[in-house]
Write a protein that binds this ligand. Sequence first.
Ligand SMILES: Cc1cc2nc3c(=O)[nH]c(=O)nc-3n(C[C@H](O)[C@H](O)[C@H](O)COP(=O)(O)OP(=O)(O)OC[C@H]3O[C@@H](n4cnc5c(N)ncnc54)[C@H](O)[C@@H]3O)c2cc1C
Length: 341
Amino acid sequence: MGVKRVGILGAGVVGLNTALQLQSEFPTLDVTIIAEKFNQETTSDGAAGLFRPSSSFSGPNIEITKKWILDSYRFYDALRITGQGEDSGIFQIPAYNFSNYNEGMVKNHLLETVVPVYRAMSEDELEEYPGWKWGSFYKTLIIECREYQPWAIEKITQSGGKFRQRKVNTFSDVEDFDAVINCTGLGAKYLCNDSKLTPIRGQVIKVRAPWVKASYMSDFDTYIIPNRNTITLGGCRNYGSYDLNVCPFTKADIMQRCSAVLPSLAKAEFVRDWVGLRPHRDPVRVEAEMIALPSGKNLPVVHNYGHGGYGVTSSPGTSMHAVQLFKEQHAASISSIASKL
Ligand SMILES: Cc1cc2nc3c(=O)[nH]c(=O)nc-3n(C[C@H](O)[C@H](O)[C@H](O)COP(=O)(O)OP(=O)(O)OC[C@H]3O[C@@H](n4cnc5c(N)ncnc54)[C@H](O)[C@@H]3O)c2cc1C
């Protein structure tokens, strides 16, 4: 029997990008997204959406990691260039990175060759931002998930995709599908019993400050990232923490650090606080597996999870890779799907 019905587990940015890639390669496949949470209930929704992997972001090797980032940038930028940026929450911005401690902090080997501009700031430019020893300037994208996720859901629906709201406790719960792609983020820790997956807690403040038109990052995880109607101020990285409460001390610290970078933020209007858990895994897991279920069925699964603080940035690329693994897993029946196109 060939593969006809595919279940994608997870409706965060990774699951949605996987569905978009799968449908674009195989328009006749019957695709269903199964997820406990959607849109504003997901981690992806609160992410600032800056297209910027950290230098430490890693796939299985450097070639694959670089390919994920390049494929992702091209995917988002193509949407922007073809006039779909307005509806999907994608736009280009100028960005600055500053550091007083380490010149390496303002370099980024994964981004430098991908974005249209990435260069060290000159001494004259740095004079405009007094107090910083090193700086870099680049142009990158914002992918605002509060707009991107509903846009993607609409696209997937228009292409015949279906959605099912439920928690998946074991892979037996989805054995009615011919194949499954697992994009459950931190949920994979339990679903796959994966001890390599760890939360890295982040806290941000969303403010209104329409005069801020560029993104700024600096030491101690300080960032100011414009979205369409708000600015995201951050941040922190609490390794291994599951605490989803807003910490008032962290909030005050973020406000102080961001205002030191851009003093005009003292006049910003508060909108909301947000805390999220980055699904960190080193390396990100994009792997095929055949899972033997208690019923006796062998379920072909491709995993696509563990993107940490860079899932918005990297998920189109990891999704293309996951679809390639899906193709290899189903090589025999894929030729019959392709022949029906
Ligand atoms: C403060 C902060 C700022 C960030 N800023 C950026 C940024 O600027 N740029 C960037 O690239 N990234 C950023 N990130 C990281 C980004 O948010 C994550 O990498 C990304 O959201 C991960 O997406 P995901 O789809 O894997 O997870 P999620 O968005 O968490 O989605 C997981 C999905 O799986 C479902 N699920 C899980 N378990 C189950 C189960 N058992 N059964 C059914 N469904 C299940 C959930 O319901 C959900 O639908 C930031 C993160 C934080 C916390």
